[in-house]
Design a protein around this ligand. Structure first.
Ligand code: ATP
Length: 327
């Protein structure tokens, strides 16, 4: 796999206003991103995400550490390195508000020295891909937030850069447009082999489109792993088992002995056992208790965990516990 971005030991502090004290926004951040990957850069408020993104796209100079983009050090050859990056940050700063959708696209396509014919071809292709044809003659400041966001991403595509950095790409978008933007981002990575780095608080979007997440907390990386690995690592082994009868005293004692944390609730007709298993295989021991007196099992419900809950656990420092439990 080809590494397109390598960030090593980044550090950045801000001086507090009217004070000699410093805020250590980024204390030690290192990670790599491969070509064609979609990576989520996550963290709670104030974790250091924006500072990291701004250093990568050259808007801030790190106090120390290195950033290499497509093999080029962005401090030594800044302009050359930055040619490989486009950023869509909050406020859609890469658009001209008083120009129309088509004029914006033509301006950015023309910027790269393409012929008039080629500019028209590219603009038409993007208008179609981003479903903006009907709005082609509309001024940007008249567009909805979702349309502006789509146009900002289309403009970032035009720069032909290898990496697109996006800060909260789906913030404030309605559900339909959010799904449309997600599809576009997936297609940009898969069909055009571009690399995408997304910073977002929307864990649903992250779980949906990112292959990997880098989680920052307090200026440091706390996790760098594939989304599927994190989902597996934090997989919940909590079950609610509904039984067609009550358990006998003997079964209840056994349940208490073998699964002291299990909660047994009896009803006149049914009963339920709620249990959080350390190892999924333990479910067989549990079923042996029911089998002893042929207690009918009516349903087994497994609690699920979503990426948002996993993110909260990681930020609270439960990553190591999860690793120990799963090993
Ligand atoms: N220009 C600045 N001057 C002083 N402190 C700053 C500046 N920019 C950011 N900070 C501080 O640096 C720390 C990291 O901020 P940063 O914006 O990078 O976090 P973030 O992870 O992007 O947060 P959020 O999710 O809230 O956008 C915070 O404590 C923030 O208050």
């Amino acid at each position: 796999m080809e590494t397109i971005i390598e960030v090593q030991n980044l550090k950045k502090s801000y001086r507090k206003r009217k004070s000699k004290e410093y805020i250590h926004a980024v204390t030690d951040v290192s990670f790599k991103v491969n070509r064609g990957e979609i990576v989520g850069l996550l963290g709670p408020n104030g974790a250091g995400k924006t500072t990291t993104i701004k250093m990568i796209c050259g808007l801030l100079i790190p106090d120390s550490g290195t950033i290499t983009i497509n093999g080029i050090n962005n401090q030594e050859k800044r302009l050359k390195a930055l040619r490989h990056i486009s950023a869509v940050l909050e406020g859609n700063r890469n658009l001209y508000w008083r120009l129309t959708v088509r004029e914006n696209l033509e301006y950015f396509a023309g910027n790269r020295g393409a012929s008039k014919k080629e500019v028209t071809r590219q603009v038409d292709e993007l208008l179609e891909k981003f479903r903006l044809q009907e709005k082609a003659s509309e001024l940007v400041n008249r567009l909805s937030r979702g349309m502006q966001q789509k146009l900002a991403i289309a403009v970032a595509m035009l720069a032909d850069s290898d990496v697109i950095l996006l800060d909260e790409p789906t913030l404030g978008l309605d559900v339909e447009t959010s799904y449309e933007v997600r599809d576009l981002l997936r297609s940009i990575a898969t069909d055009y082999n571009r690399t995408i780095i997304i910073s977002s608080h929307d864990m649903d979007v992250i779980q949906d489109i990112c292959e990997r997440t880098v989680i920052i907390n307090g200026g440091k990386i706390v996790t760098d792993d594939r989304v599927e690995n994190l989902l597996r690592l934090f997989e919940v082994r909590a079950y609610t088992i509904t039984l067609g009868e009550q358990l006998s005293d003997k079964q209840q004692k056994l349940l208490n002995l073998m699964f002291p944390e299990a909660e047994y609730k009896a009803d006149t007709i049914q009963s339920t056992v709620e249990v959080d298993l350390e190892k999924s295989e333990a479910i067989y021991d549990l079923f042996d208790i029911f089998k002893q007196e042929e207690t009918p099992v009516e349903s087994i419900d497994r609690k699920s965990i979503n990426f948002e809950q996993i993110f909260m656990k990681i930020v609270k420092g439960e990553m190591d516990d999860a690793r120990v439990q799963s090993s």
